[in-house]
Ligand binder design. Structure first.
Ligand code: PLP
Length: 231
């Protein structure tokens, strides 16, 4: 049995220590608990220990959990998985954030589908920073155009960038990749002042990400334990 209380405590300490080492304040860094494949009981434990922001990768599973916790109005739900067009409405109607926008068409759909009584959907553009053919996300050279398109859409709020770098063999290599994102993020922020979120860092690379200016780390395994996937 996983000790979610202890794990959350340890992760918060890792974040604080990494921030301290590079002269940042830990309050600048949001901890997103990635609860994909985990039961609502695990999420409830995290909530009982002060966690409020959760990330889900699968639309249907995420919506079920959001509905389960519907009686609470203090939770913030982030969609962080690959998004297909035919699922966009569920994201637009249920989530507060979407981290994985990598084409104008899906942004336009979310903009049309966002209910009028909800605040704008917070959007992060996903960057395929390691240039992997199999990965989603745009290349950095495509960022200017996609950001311009999104910034025109009234029901979306462009908030920043997200990336899932390929695993690296050392912290130095992780940092080299994250620096490229930091640079792109600073340029984007200079153009769009509302851009304030750099979503990078997972269980195995959160320290490097924080060193490079991450404002939101997405942590699954270190909080909830290893995931078991149904085949
Ligand atoms: C699963 C997942 C995470 C969490 O990864 P861990 O290594 O378990 O911390 C973070 N971000 C995304 C996009 C994910 O799919």
């Amino acid at each position: 049995m996983n000790n979610i209380e202890q794990n959350l405590h340890d992760v918060r300490n890792r974040i604080a220590l990494a921030a301290q080492k590079c002269g940042r304040s830990p309050e600048e860094i949001t901890l997103l608990a990635v609860s994909k494949t985990k039961p609502v009981e695990a999420i409830a434990k995290a909530i009982a220990n002060g966690q409020r922001e959760f990330g889900e990768n699968y639309v249907q599973e995420g919506v079920e959990k959001i509905q389960h916790f519907n009686h609470r109005n203090d939770l913030i739900w982030h969609f962080i998985g690959p998004l297909q067009s035919n699922k966009s409405r569920l994201v637009a109607e249920n989530f507060a954030w979407c981290h994985t926008i990598d084409r104008a068409k899906i942004a336009q759909r979310l903009n049309e589908q966002r209910p009028e009584n909800m605040p704008p959907l917070n959007i992060l553009i996903q960057i395929n920073i390691s240039g992997e053919e199999s990965k989603s996300g745009i290349l950095l050279e495509e960022l200017t155009n996609l950001a311009a398109t999104i910034s025109e859409l009234p029901n979306l709020a462009l908030r920043g960038l997200m990336a899932i770098p390929a695993p690296e063999s050392s912290v130095e290599c992780q940092i080299a990749v994250f620096r490229q994102l930091e640079h792109a993020f600073m340029e984007l922020n200079a153009r769009y002042p509302q851009v304030d979120t750099l979503s990078m860092g997972m269980t195995d690379d959160m320290e490097a990400a924080i060193t490079c200016g991450s404002t939101l780390v997405r942590i699954g395994t270190a909080i909830f334990g290893a995931r078991q996937y149904r085949s």
